[in-house]
Design a protein around this ligand. Structure first.
Ligand code: NDP
Length: 346
C-alpha cells in the first residue's frame, strides 16, 4: 500500500519535503469485527484547508493536526472493496474523507449525514468521477451554500470573487452569472485571467499581482461599488474590497488563503470600520454546517452540467508521488482550476 506520509509539523510555507512516499502491506479485506469499509482510492483532492492541519497547534481548534509519521488525509473519491458496515457494499463508489494512500480502512462514523466524517455514495456516474473532488464535492457545495445561502444574491447585483478560477471560485462566478449578476474575478496569472473571461463567463477579470493599488483597480471594475464579495483570500484584497463595498453589501468569508502560511501578522485589516458605516453583512461559514443542502445542490447542478451551462476546469497529476508538489503548489497558485491527484482510474 503506497502512502504519502506527513513528515513533521510545518511553520511558514509548506514544502514538498514535508511529505514523503512509503510502501507498506495491507490485507485487501476488512479485519474481523471492523465496522467500516476498505476502499481503493481513485482521486485525491488538494485542498487549502489541509495546510491548516499542518501546524502543531491548529488555528482556534479549526480542525485537528495531522500526525507526523501517518498518511495525510483529505477528501477523495474511492471504490469500496470490502465492507463491515451495513450501509456500504463492495463495488460502491463513494466520496468523503480518506487517506492519501492506495487503500484505506475507514470508519464512516457519521454514515452519510456528515461532510466531515461520512462517506457519501455516488449515485450519478454519467459525469467524470473526479468531479466529486470538486464541482460535485466539497468545493462545489462550498460555492453553492456560500453564494446562495449567505450572500442573498439578486439579479443585476455587482459581484466580486477572489481566487476566482480555483475549485470554489470558478463555480461562484458561474452561479452568479446564471442569476444575472455582473461578475468580476481576480486571479494570479494571465492564463487564469483569460480562463475567467473566455471560458468561465466572467464579465471581467484582472491579475491582482499586477495591480500595485488594489483599491484603484476595484474602483475601475466597480465604479458603482460591490454588492457581494465572495472572499477566498482575505488579507490586502479584503481590505481594499471593504472600501469599495456598497451600503448593505454582503461578504461571505469563505477562506483566507493569503494568511494560511503567515507565521506572524505584519499588519491587520485596516478598513474593518467599513462594516459599521456601510452596514455590510460579512459572514464566515464552513461548508460542514450545510451538508443538508447536498441533495438540493446535486439536483440543481447536475442539469446545468448536462446542459453545458456550467463548465469545470480540473488540473490533474498522476500518482501519489506527485502529491507533495500538487499540494504545495496551491499556495503559489500553480494550480489552474481544481487540483486533483489521480491514484487509480478504477
Ligand atoms: P483554489 O483551487 O482556488 O487554489 C488556491 C488558489 O489560491 C491558488 O491557485 C491561488 O490562485 C490562490 N492563492 C494562493 N496563495 C494566495 C495568496 N497569498 N494571495 C492570494 N491568492 C492566493 O482553492 P479552493 O477553491 O479549494 O479554495 C479557495 C478558498 O476557499 C480557500 O481559502 C479555502 O480555504 C476556502 N474554502 C473554504 C471552505 C469553507 O467551508 N469555508 C471550504 C472549501 C474551501 P491565484 O493564482 O489566483 O493566486
Amino acid at each position: 500500500n503506497k502512502q504519502l506520509i506527513f513528515r513533521d509539523y510545518v511553520t511558514g510555507l509548506p514544502k514538498e519535503s514535508d511529505m514523503y512516499v512509503t510502501t507498506s502491506t495491507i490485507k485487501l479485506k476488512v479485519p474481523e469485527g471492523f465496522h467500516g469499509v476498505l476502499v481503493k482510492n481513485l482521486y485525491l483532492s488538494c485542498d487549502p484547508f489541509m495546510r491548516l492541519r499542518m501546524p502543531r497547534v491548529t488555528l482556534n481548534g479549526y480542525s485537528s493536526s495531522y500526525t507526523p509519521g501517518a498518511p495525510l488525509t483529505g477528501y477523495g473519491v474511492a471504490k469500496v472493496l470490502d465492507s463491515g458496515h451495513p450501509d456500504y457494499k463492495a463495488g460502491d463508489l463513494v466520496w468523503g474523507i480518506t487517506g492519501w494512500e492506495e487503500y484505506s480502512l475507514i470508519t464512516p462514523t457519521e454514515g452519510l449525514k456528515s461532510l466531515e466524517q461520512g462517506l457519501k455514495k455516488i449515485q450519478h456516474t454519467d459525469v467524470p468521477l473526479s468531479y466529486y473532488t470538486g464541482l460535485l464535492g466539497m468545493p462545489g457545495m462550498t460555492a453553492y451554500a456560500g453564494f446562495y445561502e449567505l450572500c442573498s444574491p439578486k439579479k443585476g447585483e455587482y459581484v466580486f470573487v477572489s481566487a476566482a478560477s480555483g475549485a470554489v471560485g470558478q463555480l461562484v462566478g458561474q452561479f452568479a452569472k446564471l442569476l444575472g449578476c455582473y461578475v468580476v474575478g481576480s486571479a494570479g496569472s494571465k492564463e487564469k485571467v483569460d480562463l475567467l473571461k473566455n471560458k468561465l463567463g466572467y464579465d471581467d477579470a484582472f491579475n491582482y499581482k499586477e495591480e500595485h493599488d488594489l483599491d484603484a483597480a476595484l474602483k475601475r471594475y466597480f465604479p458603482e461599488g460591490i454588492d457581494i464579495y465572495f472572499d477566498n483570500v482575505g488579507g490586502k484584497t479584503l481590505d481594499a474590497v471593504l472600501l469599495n463595498m456598497r451600503v448593505h453589501g454582503r461578504i461571505a468569508v469563505c477562506g483566507m488563503i493569503s494568511q494560511y502560511n503567515v507565521h506572524q501578522q505584519p499588519e491587520g485589516v485596516q478598513n474593518l470600520t467599513c462594516l459599521l458605516f456601510k452596514r455590510i453583512h460579512m459572514v464566515g461559514f464552513s461548508v460542514l454546517d450545510h451538508h443538508q443542502l447536498y441533495p438540493k445542490f446535486i439536483e440543481t447542478v447536475l442539469p446545468y452540467i448536462k446542459e453545458g451551462k456550467i463548465v469545470y476546469v480540473e488540473d490533474m497529476v498522476e500518482g501519489l508521488e506527485s502529491g507533495p508538489a500538487a499540494l504545495v503548489g496551491l499556495f503559489s497558485g500553480r494550480n489552474v482550476g481544481k487540483k486533483v491527484v489521480v491514484v487509480a482510474r478504477e
